[in-house]
Design a protein around this ligand. Sequence first.
Ligand SMILES: N[C@@H](CCC(=O)N[C@@H](CS)C(=O)NCC(=O)O)C(=O)O
Length: 260
Amino acid sequence: MGTVNSVPPQRELPYSKTTATLYYFAGRGLADQIRWLMAYTEVSFTQRVVGTRQRFLNLKDSGQLPFGQLPMLQIDGVEIVQSQAIIRYIARRANLTGKDAKDEIACDMLAETAFDLLKLMTPFPFLRGTPAEAEQKANARKKWEEQGSRLEMYIERNTKKGKGAYLVGNSVTYADVLVAHVLTWFVEELGADICEGMPYLLELQHNILQKESLQAFLRGPQYYKLGDAEYVEQVQTVLDRKTQAAPAPPSAPSSETKAQ
Ligand SMILES: N[C@@H](CCC(=O)N[C@@H](CS)C(=O)NCC(=O)O)C(=O)O
């Protein structure tokens, strides 16, 4: 953090050639949902990788991270932190919150469920090869069985009412995108068998993945693979959580990356 009397670091300005600028590590984490939803809703974005401790401290000291945390998104002249606030903003902007206030509440509840599930996936890169990995996998699988089957029931009910394979109402909402996202991640970490006996969820995922802009994103450089040792190293360095503290780099590189 800056010292008394020191000049605050310059604020980072949004990249002018894309609609949004996303600040996060070079990996999935809490930004992955945001990337998926921006891709689905055709928001062009640039990713600024916060890859050094100094860049992270500069963002905090400049006041751009009011709670001292990433991710942060610059869009439409505002800066948003808190991943779920970012998600809701993008969803409302794209009219993906259903037809009325009741639908919006349903979307909100489902989005929180997707977020609960997501938080079971984000620790995996940090646990690989440790005894805790198997325990976390077993816990995630159990939670999936509970919550996945509830999500399956939502879609089944809607389908049987003739509304289609959606979680809310008779068209896509951001809840569908988030559930397709977390399901995809679960399958990567735990295997495709977690979806056995869940045909409605698979249909929903299939429908969401048909979206061309999402497919292009998933094929492109803005989509990160499952977190590996390099990602772990970066996060731990930036957040200063390494057991052996690495010296902070003298200045943050101007890593303008991955414009879409
Ligand atoms: N509730 C926040 C949590 C954000 C969060 O924990 N971010 C981590 C990185 S994934 C962070 O910046 N941690 C720094 C810290 O807490 O000091 C959200 O959903 O955005």
